[in-house]
Design a protein around this ligand. Structure first.
Ligand SMILES: Cc1cc2nc3c(=O)[nH]c(=O)nc-3n(C[C@H](O)[C@H](O)[C@H](O)COP(=O)(O)OP(=O)(O)OC[C@H]3O[C@@H](n4cnc5c(N)ncnc54)[C@H](O)[C@@H]3O)c2cc1C
Length: 461
């Protein structure tokens, strides 16, 4: 047994470590669960102090460590090599304090997102991060990935929802920055460096998060549109006329809507499949009577003025699940097509239509039988693209990536709006960041983790 494993077991006891063979029963990733974990060992700390000591030891041994949250990352961010140690936050899953008066909640990093949402809902409170992986992803992973999700339009991304953080650096130093204040300009806002750092700068152990009153109303509609331009107008109209209640504005191109509402999908189409665009729109509010009336009036007016072609309002929890299932059940794409490349680009709303037309045409010119699906958080300027062109050869993937990523540079877009860089997008980072920005990122990495033990080889080489 390697000396470091002996030392870790002696220091923390066997209960805190799974050996290579024990860890091999687990999946390597909860996204496409194809492979089992193949690591040197998996650490399962219960406290920040244990993580500090574990990292001290790993740093002394120059031992690479991969932080593991809920393992729902889709860009290889949690990929763990045979010689690497995985450090799972799964046992640090306590909600420490819910402060209704100050609207803050203090959590350990291993709390599962949906568990936090349920615990807060019991107290009439709401943590407004919502994503398809909510039943598995953890707050630490959400912070490390600066998760966005389905309500970012109204409440912002994780970066806007974190007030304070506790982090352990690679050498074991504990940085406690558990700020609870909205305003604090005493020096650099260090927490922002760790948010979205993809486990490369430190292990996030605890956080202070903002919360909201639980919305009393949720109005949701599927809307059919004749053109992209109408979707842009509808978004502007909704922002103006829905009393700041607009929470989600998800655009689905016809291909995706049709796929998600045809066999073998469990979902029937709430609206005919003949329209080029569909919007799934939702508002949150506090006034049960007025919100519903406002929402219905808004849709009626949009119909009268020719902004929208048709609409269906969800009338029950069952219909809410149906509507959101159509948008969220992306696994279906993978069950229908054997090889699929997934993208999450960001760009100005005004560039979206032309961009999608351009890359669709270029891809179809090379692969005439291609399947191309586009949909996503239009209101946030962030789209998901699924491309299936028949094989998953590295050269095919590279060519598809080139077609999708390169035009983004000319329009000041980003190769990733949510999922991050991980391993998958490392070689394209230069399209979204200048050489000087990347150099500064490397300088920060070196200062925080001189031996490069944390998520070695992720984000940049
Ligand atoms: C079905 C599905 C839907 C999704 N929808 C969205 C969406 O709408 N919006 C969105 O933004 N993302 C989405 N994702 C991606 C993913 O769920 C998010 O990135 C999520 O925030 C990851 O959380 P996690 O706990 O699973 O982190 P993991 O996958 O475990 O880790 C993510 C990264 O953070 C690091 N990390 C994990 N925990 C810590 C920690 N405590 N300290 C330091 N580093 C850590 C890991 O090393 C890795 O690099 C989706 C994924 C799936 C499978």
């Amino acid at each position: 047994m390697p000396a470091i494993i002996d030392l870790l077991i002696k220091t923390f006891g066997k209960d805190h470590l799974l050996t290579h063979d024990e860890a091999a029963d687990r999946v390597a990733s909860n996204w496409r669960q194809h492979e089992n974990l193949d690591c040197l060992a998996l650490l399962r700390p219960k406290t920040t102090e244990q993580i500090s000591k574990m990292l001290q030891i790993c740093n002394e041994f120059d031992q690479p460590v991969v932080p593991h949250g809920g393992l729902t990352n889709v860009v290889g961010g949690v990929a763990t090599k045979p010689g690497e140690i995985a450090l799972s936050l799964e046992r640090m899953n306590q909600i420490e304090e819910i402060n209704v008066q100050d609207k803050t909640v203090t959590v350990q990093a291993g709390v599962v997102l949906s568990d936090l949402q349920k615990a807060l809902a019991d107290q009439g409170q709401h943590f407004p991060l919502d994503l398809g992986a909510k039943g598995t992803c953890m707050i630490g992973g959400n912070i490390a990935s600066n998760a966005g999700g389905l309500q970012a339009l109204r409440y912002g991304v994780m970066r806007n929802l974190v007030l304070g953080l506790e982090v352990v650096l690679a050498d074991g130093t504990i940085i406690s920055s558990m700020n609870k204040m909205m305003k604090n300009n005493a020096g650099y806002d260090l927490k922002q460096l760790f948010i979205g750092s993809e486990g490369t700068l430190g292990i996030i152990t605890r956080a202070v998060l903002k919360m909201e009153d639980l919305p009393k109303t949720r109005c949701t509609a599927f809307i059919a549109l004749e053109s992209f331009e109408k979707a842009v107008q509808l978004l502007q109209y909704a922002k103006k006329h829905l009393n700041n209640g607009l929470t989600s504005f998800e655009l689905l191109w016809q291909d995706y809507y049709t796929l998600m509402t045809s066999s073998p999908s469990p979902y029937s189409p709430p609206l005919s499949q003949t329209f080029p665009f569909y919007v799934l729109m939702e508002t949150h509010g506090q006034d049960a009577e007025k919100d519903k009336i406002l929402f219905e009036e808004f849709l009626e007016k949009s119909l009268e003025e020719g902004l929208i072609a048709d609409a269906a309002i969800a009338q029950s929890q069952q219909e809410l699940d149906w509507f959101w299932g159509i948008r969220e059940n992306v696994e279906l794409v993978f069950s229908v097509h054997s090889t699929v490349f997934l993208f999450d680009v960001s760009l100005a709303i005004s560039d979206m239509d032309a961009y999608i037309k351009k890359i669709r045409t270029e891809l179809q010119n090379i692969w005439p039988d291609l399947h191309f699906y586009s949909f996503g958080h239009m209101g946030d300027g962030n789209l998901h693209l699924f491309v299936s062109c028949g094989d998953d050869e590295a050269s095919t993937k590279h060519l598809v990536e080139e077609i999708i990523y390169k035009p983004l540079q000319q329009i000041d877009g980003s190769i990733t709006g949510e999922h991050g860089i991980g391993l998958e997008k490392k070689s394209w980072l230069h399209l979204s960041r200048t050489a000087e920005e990347i150099q500064l990122m490397k300088t920060i990495k070196k200062a925080f983790d001189p031996k490069g033990i944390l998520n070695r080889g992720k984000l940049f080489s």
